[in-house]
Design a protein around this ligand. Structure first.
Ligand code: PEP
Length: 254
């Protein structure tokens, strides 16, 4: 069975002291749940202090972005090697980076290669815009995004995929469990085609887009959904804990 994962994407929220408070508020309860892989992805500046707070903890730490070069004259950027000392995971291809920072397939592919080379586990985000869904183009869009991001990557190692329909992110309007599962099952087939059936069975594919404690169970009941990438609700410790708890209950109920 694939171990479910719940990852919190804090985006550009929390100062260092707020990040430490948020982790402190939920750490003890989260650590009691060992059937779900739990990760938090705070802003870069909080990675080192949060790492210290999570020393010896089962809670994993992730970054929200990286540059593809190991080092060099890229003012303001953060390299994979810098991250590899601090965290295990890195979010790549988030729709906000595609939308506000013009990130496209070839850049996302370079970031994927760099992250994997540095020993980081990417959480690769893909998903369609509202017009694309309404135009019946969801499968075409996610196929292209996946193909571009994984181009030339022979072994994506432990890469986690996150299907995040852009129209559901931060919108308060999630997809339905059925809609999300349908597209995620399709993405799993794409992985089978690009790699093999074993990889498709093993790879974890999360849903992301307005997941809260009120709808988490609906997503977790779906057979192809292996967890969630949670934005807004991951900033409220009780919400995040409830999502993790419900995931543990729903996924292991049989
Ligand atoms: C996200 O940032 O990846 C996300 C899914 O955000 P939200 O849960 O707020 O929609």
């Amino acid at each position: 069975m694939r171990v479910p994962m719940i990852a919190g994407n804090w985006k550009m929220n929390t100062t260092v002291s707020e990040a430490l408070d948020l982790v402190s508020a939920m750490k003890g309860e989260l650590e009691k749940i060992n059937s779900v892989e739990i990760a938090v992805c705070p802003p870069f500046v909080s990675l080192a202090p949060v790492k210290e707070l999570l020393r010896d903890s089962s809670i994993k730490l992730g970054a929200q972005n990286l540059h593809f070069a190991e080092k060099g004259a890229y003012t303001g950027e953060i390299s994979p090697l810098m991250l590899a000392e601090l965290c295990e995971l890195v979010i790549i291809g988030h729709s906000e980076r595609r939308q506000y920072f013009g990130e496209k397939g070839d850049l996302i592919n370079k970031k994927m290669v760099a992250a994997l080379n540095a020993g980081l586990t990417p959480i690769l985000c893909i998903g369609e815009q509202l017009e694309e869904r309404e135009g019946g183009k969801t499968e075409e869009v996610v196929s292209a995004q996946l193909r571009e991001a994984l181009a030339g990557i022979e072994d994506p190692k432990a890469t986690v995929l996150a299907y995040e329909p852009v129209w559901a992110i931060g919108a308060g309007k999630a997809a339905t469990g059925g809609q999300a599962n349908e597209t995620i099952a399709f993405i799993r087939q794409l992985i089978a085609g690009a790699y093999n059936d074993k990889k498709a069975r093993e790879i974890r594919i999360l849903y992301g887009g307005s997941v809260t404690s009120a709808n988490a169970a609906e997503f977790m009941q779906q057979p192809d959904i292996d967890g969630a990438l949670v934005g807004g609700a991951s900033l409220k410790h009780k919400e995040f804990l409830s999502i993790v708890n419900q995931t543990a209950i729903v996924k292991y109920k049989k």
